[in-house]
Design a protein. Structure first.
Length: 182
């Protein structure tokens, strides 16, 4: 058995470049930065950034064209693909890409303090907050403000809060990490 699955949460480095091919098939590409911060033995804070080449196809690419801009924080699920090509000098070149099949645009919280808008890179949407979500396998796009009614096998809907604002409990009697949006 083998698994090729990648989950990334990072910031978009450039606006997506979208190209349309035969029969209107869209392909979007953009760089995504993921960062890790640690303290070395000398007590210095070091930030290490990795850049990933992201590729989206079809409806997911069209959604990215409309909703993603440089600096946006996104959650992606996909797989690693490595391809090769021959450059103009005849040299073999290799490129590693993340072929994403699920995308979630993470909205940043906006807080007004003294007339200024503050947004933290590490702010995630509150549980129950509507954020655009795309899963190309299902071919659907859920924009902010739309509800996603997907009851589980027991009839409970874990995507929408109940009338009191709380989320339904799982059959085991409590919410678990599988109920999280990511």
């Amino acid at each position: 058995m083998s698994i090729n699955k990648v989950i990334l949460v990072g910031n978009v480095g450039k606006d997506p470049v979208v190209r349309y091919f035969d029969k209107g098939v869209a392909k979007a590409t953009f760089p995504l930065a993921t960062s890790e911060t640690y303290t070395n033995q000398q007590g210095e804070t070091i930030t290490s950034t990795e850049w990933h080449n992201i590729v989206l196809w079809r409806a997911l690419a069209e959604v990215a064209e409309k909703t993603i801009k440089k600096g946006a924080q996104v959650y992606l699920v996909g797989k690693i693909k490595t391809r090769s090509y021959v450059d103009k000098d005849g040299n073999n070149k290799y490129i590693t890409e993340i072929l994403a099949d699920t995308m979630l645009v993470l909205e940043k919280k906006q807080a007004s303090v003294g007339g200024q808008q503050n947004a933290s890179r590490n702010d995630y949407p509150e549980k129950g907050a509507a954020v655009p979500e795309v899963n190309d396998a299902g071919g659907s796009y859920h924009a902010a403000g739309e509800t996603m009614n997907k009851p589980d096998k027991n009839g409970a809907n874990h995507d929408n809060p109940g009338p009191d604002g709380s989320f339904p409990e799982s059959p085991a009697g409590g919410n678990n990490e599988d109920d999280l949006p990511f």
